[in-house]
Design a binder for this molecule. Structure first.
Ligand code: FAD
Length: 320
């Protein structure tokens, strides 16, 4: 069977969930070969094998930490040359989309970004994308070279498929441009204990209807009862009620969780652009004509200050 390169997104060897989703999708089109760069391969390798990676190609070098993007492109190109894969899959993060795009240029291939599904096709992998604020679904395949595909988080449920896996050192010759953009400082973000917005399986978002920074506590309490991330509309973040890093939408983050709960959000097209591919959408809005109700699976017409705390209480009661 042909092999498929899967770029491993990890923090010191702790493999992030989108990579496990990629391994699951990769198995549909070949044998996954994981590319793990930086420290922590001892911790990562068993997890990657558990999810079907037949080989783990690894390299650790100061370049990966000290410089942005290009050293990782050099490494992925080395892995590509070594494996001659049927496809290269990466998570759809900002960094990985740049890595994927640069790799595609180097190997003379096409790239598909933000896929939400990948299947085997007669002429190579076929992807599904949700485009134009998710108003259309397109199916595409790369028509030249080895497909490079970035896949949005939460596009597949990670499945285990344990295999015997070998860890192999990757030899990389870093090019001149590898040292082009140097990292000059790192500041750890204060942890909220909540999942990362773009990866979360559940997102609870608040909008202008939340009516004040202090009231976002209601949104956070529901999120915490569900183990969810907190999102916000642009109106809410522009008002200073929640940090900009939590904005969902066209000019914010794109999320695609299993469950998206929108409280006090009207459903403007620019907000929809960032959440419309969510699997199940629930809205709480006191205006029964709010456009958000056009796309919901479940809608509650009511005052969020009455509805959301009740929902939180019910979730907590059911959890026991
Ligand atoms: C170029 C551009 C890019 C943009 N990018 C984004 C983006 O990335 N993300 C984004 O979100 N927006 C974006 N916007 C802004 C977007 O057009 C809307 O203005 C914004 O999404 C509105 O936010 P909202 O729904 O919270 O507020 P509103 O439109 O004011 O809606 C508030 C809703 O809350 C309801 N409500 C009020 N009180 C309560 C209550 N007590 N209980 C229940 N419901 C209540 C109201 O009925 C109303 O439907 C962008 C706009 C432009 C022009």
């Amino acid at each position: 069977m042909t092999e498929v390169l899967v770029y491993v997104d990890h923090v010191d060897g702790a493999v992030r969930k989108p990579t496990l989703e990629l391994l699951t999708l990769a198995r549909r089109i070949g044998d996954p070969v994981a590319v793990h760069l930086g420290p922590g391969v001892d911790a990562a390798a068993p997890v990657l094998a558990e999810h079907g990676a037949v080989r783990v190609l690894t390299a650790d070098a100061a370049e990966f930490a000290d410089y942005l993007v290009v050293p990782k492109v050099d490494a992925l190109k080395a892995a590509y040359d070594a494996v001659q894969p049927a496809a290269v899959l990466l998570p759809s993060s900002v960094e990985c989309k740049e890595i994927g795009a640069r790799l595609a240029v180097r190997i003379g291939s096409g790239i598909i970004t933000d896929a939400v599904d990948v299947e085997a096709g007669d002429d190579g992998p076929v992807t599904t994308q949700a485009v134009f604020a998710a108003a259309f679904t397109t199916r595409s395949r790369v028509s030249r070279g080895t497909p490079v595909i970035t896949v949005k988080p939460n596009s597949a449920a990670p499945e285990t498929a344990p295999v015997e896996s070998a860890v192999e050192q990757l030899t990389i010759g870093f090019g001149e441009s590898a040292a082009g953009t140097k990292v000059v400082g790192r500041t750890p973000r204060e942890s909220t204990g909540r999942p990362e917005l773009t990866e979360a399986a559940i997102v609870v978002s608040g909008g202008r209807g939340v009516n004040g920074a202090e009231n976002f506590r209601i949104i956070e309490e529901l999120a915490d009862s569900l183990g969810a991330a907190v999102g916000a509309s642009r109106a809410a973040v522009d008002a200073g009620w929640y940090p900009h890093s939590h904005q969902v939408g066209q000019t914010g983050k794109t999320v695609s969780p299993q469950l998206y709960i929108a409280a006090g959000i009207s459903g403007a097209i620019q907000h929809r652009a960032g959440m419309q591919t969510s699997k199940t959408i629930v809205a709480v809005n006191k205006d029964n004509e709010a456009p958000i109700f056009d796309l919901v699976d479940y809608g509650v017409v009511g005052d969020l200050f009455a509805v959301v705390p009740q929902l939180t209480g019910e979730v907590k009661a059911r959890k026991g």
